[in-house]
Design a protein around this ligand. Structure first.
Ligand SMILES: Nc1nc2c(c(=O)[nH]1)N[C@H]1C(S)=C(S)[C@@H](COP(=O)(O)O)O[C@H]1N2
Ligand SMILES: [Mo]
Length: 223
């Protein structure tokens, strides 16, 4: 099994976000995803309606920027491209050129990617993992999954997608661990200002403690 540079396989699929000990947000009774930003009119798509768009399955490994990889996951959902072409493009004015997309979670989390990366073939708005509805640990009711990019791109508990014609303001811009704006795992694009290799040793020492802190995350995935 080949993993991207600097990654190591872990057992199972830990809950391993930046939220650590915080419990996952409750799932609303009638969850929706808001489509907003540089659209002529913001709309909401119910998660139920989303699931009726043409569906696809995706087998992939999942790579956290801290260096662990969960292998052999099976996701199911709707390609982001399908959502974009059918629900977003009709809302764009003729002279609007989208360059960036942000994905926001019910817990206030947000990731930003280039539109061209979001439209890649392996980017899904997923509602199932390994044959079951996605549980709260992994992003219920729906999450983004972009396995060619580091895990921080894959916003869980997705509730809003915003479309931008220029890079949205980034409060973490000057942080040493500011997210790389492409975050491609095979290019080891971990951070914006630091070479990917440079942070490997530090992260490696943190994986154990982070995993322990991430209360529900130490559970092994049933096979
Ligand atoms: N809403 C939300 N999404 C999130 C995060 C988060 O804290 N909140 N953490 C990100 C990070 S850093 C990683 S590695 C993955 C972890 O996914 P998992 O908890 O399913 O393992 O979720 C990403 N998506
Ligand atoms: Mo991560």
């Amino acid at each position: 099994m080949t993993l991207p540079p600097g990654q190591r396989a872990v057992d199972g699929f830990p809950r391993f976000g930046t939220h650590l000990h915080r419990p996952p947000p409750p799932v609303p009774a009638a969850p929706v995803i808001e489509l907003g930003g540089a659209v002529t009119e913001a709309v909401t798509v119910s998660v139920g309606d989303l699931a009726k768009l043409p569906r696809r399955q995706l087998g992939a490994d999942f790579h956290c920027v801290a260096g662990w990889s969960a292998t052999g996951l099976l996701w199911e959902g709707v390609a982001f491209e399908t959502l974009y072409r059918t629900r977003v493009e009709p809302l764009l004015a003729a002279d609007t050129v989208i360059s960036h997309v942000s994905f926001e979670g019910l817990d206030g989390y947000r990731s930003v990617v280039l539109l061209e990366d979001a439209l890649a073939d392996d980017v899904l708005v997923a509602d199932r993992l390994d044959g079951r509805p996605i549980d709260s640990d992994h992003g219920a009711p729906v999450r983004l999954v972009s396995p060619s990019q580091y895990g921080f791109v894959s916003t869980k508990h997705l509730c809003r997608i915003a479309f931008h014609t220029s890079p949205p303001p980034d409060p973490d811009r000057w942080s040493p661990i500011a997210a790389h704006h492409r975050a491609r795992v095979w290019q080891e694009e971990r951070h914006r200002h630091l070479p990917g290799r440079a942070v490997r040793p530090l992260y490696r020492t943190l994986i154990g403690p982070i995993r322990a802190l991430s209360a529900r995350g130490s559970r092994k995935r049933p096979r």
